[in-house]
Design a protein. Structure first.
Length: 105
């Protein structure tokens, strides 16, 4: 989509990151990281008896597929929170959480 908006094709040899900078668009990995942290804050603010929170906190047993274990959503969010020094208590302050997540790089 970014290439189409810039009128550039693959044959021009310009990297997607450079085109995104031209348009002022954030990197897709950053957008996904922010949305995951935003959703995490929303779930943490819910009560302990909420079905969404119970589903997120539930441990699933059994063996996974062959090869190495897949990274779960919870592991990715935990790593992102540690990198930004966020914890569960920060999620209670909705405005503060959104500000900290919005500044995430």
């Amino acid at each position: 989509m970014v290439r189409w908006m810039c009128g550039v094709g693959l044959e021009d040899g310009l990297p997607g990151g450079e085109l995104g900078e031209r348009l002022g668009v954030d990197d897709m990995a950053l957008v996904l990281r922010r949305s995951g942290l935003r959703w995490c804050g929303r779930v943490l603010r819910r009560g302990g008896e909420d079905w969404v929170r119970r589903c997120v906190e539930r441990e699933v047993g059994g063996s996974g597929p062959g090869g190495g274990p897949r990274r779960t959503w919870r592991e990715v969010v935990r790593e992102d929170c540690q990198a930004r020094e966020l914890d569960r208590e920060d999620a209670v302050d909705r405005c503060g959480w959104r500000r900290m997540v919005g500044e995430a790089r």
